[in-house]
Design a protein around this ligand. Structure first.
Ligand code: LMR
Length: 396
């Protein structure tokens, strides 16, 4: 039967890491997958995570199954991290959080629950959006529709076009929003724009589905939640998928939280029972290790401080690299102004290159990025800045 399966190309993002690993050029630079690297080009185990692992090693006495919702302590702590202290929806007991296998797991479980509640629902996604949103959410059965978001010519959000499209969206449809550090553009909504989105969702009965994969990488741990906390305070139903891959550096541990804000407590109880049943039908229960570390860190004031300080250093390093890259590119040439890169947030920005130019960078310089010319800024180092800038300018 499997002769029917065609050979597929590598994943457009993860495939870059495979190609990069095979490249023998000592000057190679990986600006592909969104993974934080320090100035030595290494993805570190964060200090608080390493400390928590020692504690866990001593504390763990069994490998028996964990509950299907994951670590209760981790869920309670991540609810607080995402929604903040005393959030009205949490206080009203309308929020339910389950741990999932990574941010992808959170998105997929959410999509499966939407399918159960209202099969074939429309989910409006930004153009562009993270490449994997489409297969991940679409293959659960949701109908993906598009709203304009990033204007490549002006390197900014076309908010008027976005709102004009969203105004036409039928009541009950879902809108996928990036909490911060929009992937792939790095262009985030302002607070005033979030408020307008909330007004529209409230007036027209739209349900926000917020993907937060980079909490702490935009403006700060608290600041990056502005939109989702405000939406969750104002609207009856909101979905929030939170990944701990980047902000705890737990990529391979597949650690994430999925929170639903339900209209009332009784719907929340029914909703949770369905979330657990969805999880059981796919993977039974999430992996334990990463969530146990999050649990340990967020329940220790000392480790929380170590963790958030390191996260601040990571955020500031990326912001610094953005400024350095702009300076370097603008000094080397005058035909294009790359200043927009310094105004964008998180790991990604578009360079604005053609596919041919991207391939030339890969083939001639061993510099890897997606075909859309999205770069993961965190993959740059001070040492490689000059090499990368000169290579980019040479293909312009
Ligand atoms: C990315 O966009 O590079 C990251 O979110 C990693 C991934 O899984 O695609």
């Amino acid at each position: 039967m499997f002769e029917t399966l065609p050979l597929l190309p590598n994943d457009p993002i993860l495939g870059l890491s495979i190609a990069y690993a095979k490249d023998t050029n000592p000057s190679k630079v990986d600006l592909g997958v969104g993974v934080y690297k320090n100035d030595a080009g290494v993805t570190p185990i964060m200090a608080a995570v390493a400390e928590a692992e020692k504690i866990r090693f001593k504390q763990e006495t069994s490998k028996a199954y964990t509950p299907p919702a994951g670590y209760p302590g981790a869920n309670e702590a991540s609810t607080k991290l995402v929604f903040g202290e005393g959030h009205p929806a949490v206080e009203a007991n309308r929020v339910r959080t389950v741990q999932t296998p990574g941010g992808c797991g959170a998105l997929r479980v959410a999509a499966e629950l939407i399918q159960r509640a209202k099969p074939g629902s429309n989910l409006w996604v930004s153009i562009p959006t993270w490449a994997n949103h489409i297969p991940l959410l679409g293959s659960a059965g949701l109908k993906l529709r598009e709203y304009p978001y990033y204007d490549y010519a002006s390197h900014s959000i076309n908010f008027t076009a976005m709102m004009d499209t969203l105004k036409q969206v039928p009541r009950g449809d879902l809108v996928l929003l990036h909490a911060c550090c929009h992937n792939p553009s790095g262009a985030d909504l302002t607070r005033a724009q979030w408020d307008q989105v909330a007004d529209l969702c409230e007036a027209n009965g739209l349900i926000p589905f917020v993907d937060m994969a980079y909490q702490g990488f935009g403006e700060g741990l608290e600041e990056d939640t502005y939109g989702l906390r405000m939406l969750s305070a104002r609207l009856p139903e909101v979905i929030v998928a939170t990944s701990f891959s980047k902000n705890f550096g737990l990529y391979r541990e597949r650690t994430a939280a999925l929170s639903f804000v339900f209209a009332d407590e009784s719907q929340a109880n029914a909703g949770l029972s369905n979330l657990l049943s969805v999880a059981r039908s796919i993977y039974s229960m999430p992996p334990a290790h990463g969530a146990a570390l999050v649990d340990i860190i967020l329940h220790s004031n000392e480790l929380t401080k170590v963790w958030s300080d390191e996260l601040t250093t990571m955020r500031e390093r990326i912001a610094g690299l953005r400024v350095d890259l702009v300076q370097s590119l603008n000094q080397l040439q005058s035909q294009r102004d790359f200043s927009f890169i310094a105004n964008e947030r998180g790991m990604f920005s578009f360079l604005g290159l053609s596919v041919e130019q991207v391939h030339k960078l890969k083939n001639d310089f061993s510099i890897y990025m997606t075909d859309t010319s999205r770069i993961s800024v965190a993959g740059l180092t001070k040492e490689k800045m000059d090499y990368v800038s000169k290579a980019i300018v040479s293909v312009l």
